[in-house]
Each structure stands twice: as structure tokens, then as C-alpha cells.
Design a protein around this ligand. Structure first.
Ligand SMILES: Cc1cc2nc3c(=O)[nH]c(=O)nc-3n(C[C@H](O)[C@H](O)[C@H](O)COP(=O)(O)O)c2cc1C
Length: 185
């Protein structure tokens, strides 16, 4: 068992998602005292404030997973120069009812891969705006805008040689950030 549990939220539901692959490869670069738990967001209802008093089981499960984690790692594509609706829906669902957000205080990391040249930069900026409102201390540097290219992953799904050192360094910074900001009892 690792000492720190990270909830990994991927903003793509696509079966062969590059971002899902990146999340898996990144988790393998984590330090020994970190464990990574993939969080399902594809089965959440569309957020409806009328349901705040009786949230769906999938929403309760999401909130419990976030509440039980020491940090959150967002790995997201860029959709139309912003974050995918499925990710915003997850953020909204676990933020309510008012005063009972699961996200508050959880140290966050933001990263993403897209086929476009700016590698999710605009999606990440929009996401950072939301995370600031949700009171999540979010790692600022290094930024990581990853473009999906041949060789990004090797045949075993690990980060390929060209990006390994950069992403290993990113993960070290993120882990240090979590250690600094996690509210351990
Ligand atoms: C609805 C939609 C909107 C997209 N918009 C962008 C975009 O704004 N910028 C970008 O770089 N790629 C965009 N793409 C291409 C994605 O980078 C590409 O589909 C990528 O593979 C999505 O991530 P995934 O592999 O994790 O599903 C878009 C794709 C879709 C389906």
C-alpha cells in the first residue's frame, strides 16, 4: 500500500484514449509511496441541482473516491479549445451540494495530450480556472502540453524514450506538490 493515494480523472471516455494511456504510463513513473486509482466518470448523470438532496450512487461513489484521496491528477484532452463536457460534468457533480464539495483542498496536477500542436494548452487553462474556484491547490510548473506523436508510448505502454525524462521530472514535481499540500491526519 502506498502512503499517498491519487485519484486519476481522465477527460476522455474513448476506448483507445491517448489520455488514458498517458494516465497509465504516468502512474508507472510515480514514486514508491504513491498509488494511483482510476476514477470512473462516464456513468455520472448530467448534473442537475434538483438532485443535490438525493445524489445518484455514481455521484456518491465519485465523491467518496475524491474525499479518500490525497490528491487528484487530471489527464484530459482538449475539446473545441476547452475541457470535455464529461470532465466538467464530473467536476460539477462532486462539487455539490453547496458547502460539501469533494474537491476542496485536494492538491491537483493537470496534464493532457492532444493531436493538436498546442497539446491541450487551452483546455488546461480553462481547467485551472475551474480548479481555482474549487479551492484546489494546483501545480503550476512544469506545465506539460503533450502532442500525440509516434513513439510517445512504447510497445508496453510506458512513456517512450523521447518524453521519459521530462514526464519523470513532471511526476516528481507533482508528487512533491502532493506531499506538501495533502492534509494527512
Ligand atoms: C469533439 C472534439 C473536439 C476536439 N477539439 C480539439 C481541440 O480543440 N484541440 C485539439 O488539439 N484537439 C482537438 N480534438 C482532437 C483530440 O486531440 C483527439 O481526438 C484526441 O485523440 C482526444 O484525446 P483522447 O485520445 O484521449 O480521446 C478534438 C476532438 C474531438 C472529438
Amino acid at each position: 500500500m502506498g502512503q499517498y493515494t491519487i485519484a486519476v480523472v481522465v477527460g476522455s471516455l474513448r476506448k483507445d484514449s491517448f489520455n488514458r494511456q498517458l494516465a497509465t504510463a504516468l502512474s508507472r513513473l510515480g514514486p514508491d509511496d504513491f498509488q494511483f486509482a482510476s476514477i470512473e466518470i462516464g456513468d455520472l448523470p448530467l448534473y442537475n441541482q434538483d438532485n443535490d438532496s438525493h445524489p445518484a450512487a455514481s455521484v456518491q461513489r465519485l465523491k467518496a473516491a475524491i474525499a479518500g484521496a490525497d490528491g487528484v491528477l487530471f489527464v484530459t484532452p482538449e475539446y473545441n479549445r476547452s475541457i470535455p463536457g464529461v470532465l466538467k460534468n464530473a467536476l460539477d457533480n462532486a462539487s455539490r451540494p453547496y458547502g460539501d464539495s469533494a474537491w476542496a483542498g485536494k492538491p491537483a496536477g493537470v496534464i493532457g495530450v492532444s493531436i493538436g500542436a498546442i497539446g491541450t494548452a487551452l483546455a488546461q487553462q480553462h481547467l485551472r480556472n475551474v480548479l481555482a474556484y474549487l479551492d484546489m491547490p494546483t501545480l503550476a510548473q512544469p506545465e506539460a502540453f503533450i502532442q500525440a506523436k509516434e513513439g510517445l508510448f512504447d510497445a508496453d505502454g510506458n512513456v517512450g524514450a523521447g518524453s521519459h525524462d521530462f514526464l519523470q521530472g513532471w511526476m516528481k514535481q507533482y508528487a512533491d506538490w502532493v506531499r506538501k499540500h495533502a492534509k494527512k491526519s
